[in-house]
Ligand binder design. Structure first.
Ligand code: TXA
Ligand code: MG
Length: 371
């Protein structure tokens, strides 16, 4: 059934349409909204019927649980069966912000939210419109990223409209998301706590607050088994963030990640791309500012404006958060431009770079080339 999806451009959290959107949520509807990480697709988290609508609109597998979004630490506590010291310290220091905490779930949370797990993921976002919306709804808001399942997460309202137009009640357009990658997820129900998904809040920031922490990301295929071996786990262990096992973040064309210094990346591309003149081929190049500079200096054998290329400057190599903010928009643009192959330059693995590389691994599989 097709719905009319209203689109509201809102930059003031006091805009009366936020209250209207909150009412839609409370009464069982679906509203997409901006957060500091990516756009979320919200429903009343205590209404199983409404939450079922999220799974339908996204085409999301039923075994992939949702994050509950709250607008205060007190509300988060009310969703947890236990709220330990680590939860209290992380919440006190890093909320509101791009951090999701997994704790044992309170009994009143519908099973469809947790996909039947004993645990629940909770996030208190910092985006002012998201907070105003959650307050207006007056209930915890269940919200996955507002993309169709398997597509890159939306970081702009246009991305949400592309995937969800006609399927949901409203989209609040609050402009581009600042972080651009999904929140860091930390599981506090295991000892030591585990990072299930890296994000803008780095492992260093977390361990400064709660000490020892391990990475137990359940990725796809090779990534998963390598990391689980490192963690001394068997594949029989329950996947901790069920969503991480699905293919994600993938545009239509194959993605190849190039690892190496800017000059080496530039040399590789110059050699590799010079002969590509076929009109059926369109190569997307998502490269650092530094590498574009080398390509310009050395005389790239292809023209940035040429129709056979789609070129994007992803920001400085030393500032992985710039690449994080642009990545999903760039991957979606590759689809729009009908790219037939995509080269993305890797960033350094430190700090937020870990989250960027994690998403690149999911988009590229094992297509990493050391140049
Ligand atoms: O930044 C974000 O976290 C965004 C915004 C909208 O808040 N949300 C988001 O939700 O990325 P989603 O559904 O796309 O990803 C949530 C991830 C999935 O991998 C899911 O399996 C995992 O969190 N998850 C949810 N509940 C869990 C639980 N109880 N235990 C372990 N993992 C859980
Ligand atoms: Mg998602």
């Amino acid at each position: 059934m097709t719905k009319t999806t209203q689109i509201w451009h809102i930059d003031d959290p006091a805009d009366p349409r936020v209250a209207e959107a909150g009412r839609i949520l409370r009464e069982g509807g679906l509203v997409a909204f901006p957060t500091e990480t990516v756009y979320g697709l919200g429903a009343n988290g205590l209404d199983a019927e409404a939450v079922a609508g999220i799974y339908r609109a996204k085409g999301r597998p039923a075994d992939n649980p949702l994050i509950l979004h709250v607008a205060s630490i007190a509300e988060a506590k009310a969703l947890a069966r236990e709220w330990g010291d680590a939860a209290q310290r992380l919440a006190g220091k890093l909320w509101p912000g791009p951090l999701t905490i997994v704790v044992n779930a309170a009994e009143h949370i519908p099973a469809i939210v947790t996909a039947g797990l004993e645990t629940v993921a909770i996030r208190y976002p910092s985006d002012p419109i998201a907070l105003a919306l959650i307050e207006a709804a007056g209930v915890p808001v269940a919200a996955p990223s507002a993309n169709a399942s398997g597509r890159p997460s939306p970081t702009r309202a246009e991305h949400v409209l592309d995937d969800m137009g006609g399927k949901i009640d409203a989209i609040i357009d609050g402009g581009p998301c600042k972080v651009g990658l999904e929140s860091t997820i930390v599981d506090l129900t295991v000892e030591p706590p585990a990072i299930l998904r890296p994000g803008d809040i780095t492992r260093e920031a977390l361990s400064r607050i709660i000490g020892e922490i391990r990475d137990v990301e359940v990725g796809n295929a090779g990534v998963q088994s390598a990391e689980m071996r490192n963690a001394g786990q068997s594949d029989a262990d329950t996947p901790k963030a069920p969503g991480m096992k699905y293919r994600h973040y993938a545009p239509n064309a194959p993605v190849t990640v190039l690892e190496g210094e800017p000059q080496a990346v530039a040399d590789f591309l110059r050699k590799r791309l010079a002969p590509t003149k076929s009109p059926q081929q369109k190569t997307a190049l998502l490269l650092s500012t530094e590498t574009w500079r080398y390509l310009a200096m050395g005389g790239a054998q292809f023209d940035k404006d040429e129709k056979s290329h789609y070129c994007r400057d992803m920001g400085s190599r030393d500032k992985p958060w710039e690449m994080a903010a642009l990545l999903y928009d760039a991957l979606r643009a590759c689809d729009r431009e009908a790219a037939t192959q995509i080269f993305v330059e890797a960033c350094a693995p430190e700090g937020q770079g870990a989250a960027v590389l994690n998403r690149l691994r999911k988009a590229a599989g094992d297509r990493f080339i050391q140049v």
